[in-house]
Design a protein around this ligand. Structure first.
Ligand code: XMP
Length: 305
């Protein structure tokens, strides 16, 4: 982006003009897009913005605590503990699109309640350009673009970053002085770990995915991937101690990309892959195998579902 300062000025003015004397809400996901949108809107309308963070139980390790801390400068921040409600709603759901729908639907319910409590007339969203393209092309139902507006009776939706790419949003985040964990945070899908679990989402698989994702993020950090994570695929046989076990198969994915629309599997050193493998299987009793995903996008997508 040529001029970050000019963009920030324009975006703040846009929110200010759209919301006027009214009140607005924004759903904070923990990611950089909604974080930047919230910071811009807060700059424009201060405490008349209510940022809502829903802890879906599908988040990464430490994510909720991190969000609460990063955005503690906004006094009206609301952190909603909806972990049990999401996992219960996902029980028995195996179809990927159905999973997205269930997560989206539950999210709307949680958010609707908070928006009503906040008495908000406007919705601010951190939608960026690639979200719109993928949603319009219907590649996948991105729930942060699809659901909210139809169901909640807002006067208007304000999307100050709708023309921006991810790397531009990061630039804005740094410019605004948002915590580095947020500014440099790798993209994380709206449905969270639910799309990193093939098949039914259970508390057990969530724990495996959460731990494995944390290991992969830590161990790949020095190689600066665009996105790196782990997914739980299914079960396979392994040996732990003297016993044969039927443990989880965890896939490791690390990709380079500019905007997520295409991606290349990263050529990670064998030592890094082995360290990841040994930590994931060593630190979790339930994982029997770790495999590395070498597929680019296309033909694969970045996430597993
Ligand atoms: P895929 O898996 O489609 O992902 O290659 C492309 C980029 O989008 C993220 N992603 C999502 N983001 N809601 C989101 O907000 C979603 O439903 C969703 N699905 C995928 C993914 O992490 C990658 O960065």
């Amino acid at each position: 982006m040529v001029d970050v300062e000019a963009f920030v000025e324009r975006a703040v003015a846009e929110v200010d003009e759209a919301v006027g004397d009214g009140r607005a809400v924004i759903a904070l996901s923990g990611g950089v897009d909604s974080g930047v949108a919230a910071a811009l809107a807060h700059e424009a309308i201060g405490e008349r913005l209510t940022p809502v963070y829903v802890d879906t139980g599908l988040m990464r390790q430490g994510e909720t605590e991190q969000v609460a801390e990063t955005f503690s400068f906004m006094e009206s921040l609301r952190v909603v503990d909806a972990r049990d409600r999401f996992v219960d709603a996902l029980a028995g759901v195996t179809d990927p699109e159905e999973k997205r729908r269930v997560v989206g639907e539950q999210f709307i319910r949680e958010f609707e309640r908070e928006a009503r409590d906040a008495d908000a007339d406007y919705l601010v969203q951190g939608t960026i350009y690639p979200d719109r393209i993928e949603s319009e092309g219907n590649i996948k139902s991105h729930h942060n673009v699809g659901g909210l507006p139809e169901r909640v009776d807002f006067e208007a939706i304000v999307e100050p970053m709708r023309e921006r790419y991810k790397d531009e949003v990061r630039e804005v985040a740094r410019h605004l002085g948002l915590a580095e964990v947020t500014a440099e945070r790798m993209p994380f899908p709206g449905p969270g770990l639910a799309v990193r679990i093939v098949g039914e989402v259970t508390r057990e698989k969530l724990a495996v995915a959460r731990h494995a994702c944390a290991v992969v993020e830590e161990e790949t950090a020095e190689h600066d991937p665009w996105q790196a994570f782990a997914a739980v695929l299914g079960r396979a046989t392994g040996v732990k101690g003297d016993n044969r076990v039927h443990g989880w198969v965890v896939a490791v994915r690390s990709v380079e990309s500019r905007d997520g629309m295409t991606a290349r599997a990263q050529n990670l050193p064998w030592e890094t892959l082995q360290r990841i493998q040994s930590r994931i299987t060593g630190e979790s009793d339930d994982v029997a195998r770790v495999v590395y995903d070498v597929t680019h996008k296309p033909p694969a997508t970045i996430e597993y579902e």
